[in-house]
Write a protein that binds this ligand. Sequence first.
Ligand code: ATP
Ligand code: MG
Ligand code: FE
Length: 345
Amino acid sequence: PLVLGIETSCDETGVGIVRGTELLANVIASSMEEHARYGGVVPEVAARAHLEALAPTLQRALDDAGVSLQDLDAIAVTSGPGLAGALMVGVGAAKALALSLDKPLYAVNHLVGHVGADLLTGDDIEYPTVALLVSGGHTSLLLVRDLISDVELLGETIDDAAGEAFDKVARLLSLPYPGGPEIDRAAVGGDPTAIRFPRGLSLPKDMAQHRYDFSFSGLKTAVARWVEREQDAGAPVPVADVAASFREAVVDVLIAKALAACADLGVPRLLLGGGVVANARLRAVAEERCAAAGVELRIPPLSLCTDNGAMIAAIGSQLVAAGRAPSGLEFGADSTLPVTVVQAP
Ligand code: ATP
Ligand code: MG
Ligand code: FE
């Protein structure tokens, strides 16, 4: 099926078009620059930017794919989770399109979309698979038995998301927003073993209770304390070492817990998704340790790891192919839609 996907959950206005699992267009307009001076996404600014960007982004996607709106079999839209005001722009636009074109409309879960991005590589996802979702707002470990009907939440962060930790630590080091790529750059040449920062929820007593959960706020505080101590002592802060050591702590705990889930559940497959997967060290460590553990690793192309409309279209296309009933026009933006709800009714 030919499906249009609309994504406006955060600061990226994304419109993608797929035919089955074939990617025809993936256009993204970001309001990141506008948020940079605030050090994080400002919801009102994001919502307004979506309003301005949506129509031209849609037009470019149609041009790229060489299709018209009438050709579409269905429309899919992110209905949650995300920023309520931002989500509402996409949901409203998708409803208007579906109604005026008389096309079925599917309300798709953004987080499942991040996993579904991997479908667009053209290879089928083998089930069951463990999926690690790491983004600016989420850090979740999932057991996916079937992408559109059986997604189980194994664990998640109990405080900050991994991407959020990158953004906050970057700010501590006076690096600009978004922090992920900045830390990656700053860590080049740094020694990842220079400072032993804490691995959240990894002590035996924590593993008993929070085996698949994550915590990054203690790590952030540890970095802040360490930097303060150096500054108080009048020493120059070794930014490369701090960045490399911090990044190592995040990556170490992410991959360790993901592989623990693979081992516990006897699932020799791990899929990574979300914007933090752009991290160079995360990819390297994942490859190394998965190979050692005999776990097959899948990472979608980087352009599909950060927020985009194509991943939403990909899920929509799966729903259509499975004969699922459309979502109707009653659903609204749901900022806390749980990952287990793949399609909002
Ligand atoms: P969510 O998907 O949970 O709603 P989001 O949409 O903000 O959150 P994404 O767009 O998927 O998340 O990812 C953005 C996050 O990825 C930011 O926190 C950013 O710092 C982080 N990020 C981007 N590149 C890198 C990198 N190279 N290393 C680490 N983190 C990175
Ligand atoms: Mg984003
Ligand atoms: Fe996202």
